[in-house]
Design a protein around this ligand. Structure first.
Ligand code: MTE
Length: 377
């Protein structure tokens, strides 16, 4: 049965069915823990409504003892854990790549295909231990029941992560998001949460977990969410081409002011997020309003957890007229974001982590009133 997500008004809806939507920048900037109604939604098929009482999770493959768990068994047999983690879709900020060179057939996600929540559930590691991982289990694959028409051939959604990540303490089988039962749209009754990896690996509505000696053969592991060279002949892509995406690349965005905004003269407060995937940390964010001639170091706000994004803010003096504001983040390995979308452009439009920019116009107060009410009313 189809289920429509409950979201705040003003979401940027890229597709109604399957539901794909992101919050506008200003909405994302309101809370470092994103309210569920603001959290982006990314779906490859119709959202399934599963019955929590008949739902079962099967753990099989290279295990000593296949296990089948009801929701009640999952919740009573294993210790509960909470992790605050940012999910970031590999397609986040694709619009910036498309502005450089078009990417037909893909959603033009802006700054908001990423959000942060407090997830509660059990460690995947504990469940795998109960089944007894056999030697040679290099990858842990997930299967869900939602059918993705775009997959070739059409199939249910799935994917995998390396066992070394699957057995790390931050990876959860979660039934709670921000203190509320997980909603249908975000994967109820149980979803995988893989902090630090692209959102695609956090499989919703998970029903089967298989330990195996190779990555998942699912379309979303072998055909999509792979990084292909810019000159790939897209008519001839084969399963397994390119590189499967896992840990999230260092990225950042400007959330306020919005692109195209008219601002009063005076200091301009600039805010945004920065996120370094897996076990890396954001250590610095620089902001420029003069094309990089001078950079101001932004103030980094407290990071809710090692697995979450970091909000930042600063205040800039900018001259009157149109001004481009640009940011760049650095992580704990001294990596910095690449400057231009051309550097990272790829045929499916993943991982645009080039420097974010917004163009604003700074005007005198009178001119601002005119700009806000062009009819003079
Ligand atoms: N899980 C299933 N079963 N089906 C999906 O389409 N989309 C994935 C992932 N898990 C998906 C899925 C992708 S691409 C992302 S970015 C995240 O879920 C989005 O999670 P959200 O919709 O809760 O924000």
């Amino acid at each position: 049965m189809q289920s429509t997500p409950v979201k705040r008004p003003g979401m940027i809806v890229h597709e109604q069915e399957p539901y794909n939507a992101e919050p506008p920048r200003a909405a994302l900037a309101e809370h470092v823990i994103t309210p569920v109604e603001t959290f982006y939604g990314r779906n490859h098929g119709t959202i399934p409504r599963l019955d929590a009482t008949s739902w079962r999770l099967r753990i099989d493959g290279l295990v000593e003892q296949p296990v089948e768990l009801s929701l009640d068994e999952l919740q009573t047999r294993f210790a509960h854990h909470e992790v605050t983690a940012t999910l970031q879709c590999a397609g986040n900020r694709r619009a910036g790549l498309m502005a450089y060179r078009d990417i037909p057939g893909q959603h033009p996600w802006g700054a908001g295909a990423t959000s942060t929540a407090v997830w509660r559930g059990v460690r995947l590691a504990d469940v795998l231990t109960a089944a007894g991982l056999a030697p040679g289990a290099t990858d842990i694959a997930f299967e869900a029941p939602d059918i993705a028409p775009e997959a070739e051939p059409t199939q249910a959604y799935g994917g995998s992560i390396p066992t070394i990540k699957a057995t790390a303490p931050e990876v959860l089988l979660a039934w709670e998001m921000n203190g509320e039962p997980l909603s249908t749209a975000h994967g109820a009754p149980v979803r995988v949460v893989v902090p630090g990896f692209i959102g695609a690996r956090s499989v919703k509505w998970v029903e089967r977990i298989t330990a195996q000696d190779r990555p998942s053969q699912n379309f979303f592991q072998q055909g999509a969410y792979r990084l292909l060279p810019a000159d790939t002949d897209t008519e001839r892509i084969q399963a397994g081409d390119g590189v499967a995406l896992g840990p999230v690349a260092l990225n950042s965005e400007i959330l306020t002011p919005d692109d195209g905004e008219h601002l009063a003269a005076g200091p301009v407060v600039v805010t945004g997020y920065a996120f370094a995937g897996d076990d890396r940390e954001v250590v610095r964010v620089d902001v420029t309003a003069d094309g990089g001639a001078t950079w101001v170091q932004a103030d980094l706000e407290a990071q809710p957890s090692p697995w979450s994004w970091r909000f930042w803010h600063t205040s800039l003096h900018v001259p009157a007229g149109p001004v481009q504001i640009t940011a760049r983040a650095w992580d704990s390995t001294a990596a910095v974001q690449p400057e231009h979308p051309a550097t990272v452009w790829n045929p499916k439009g993943y991982i645009n982590n080039s420097w974010p920019t917004v163009t604003v116009t700074v005007v005198a107060d009178n001119d601002l009133r005119d700009a806000e009410s062009p009819e003079g009313s």
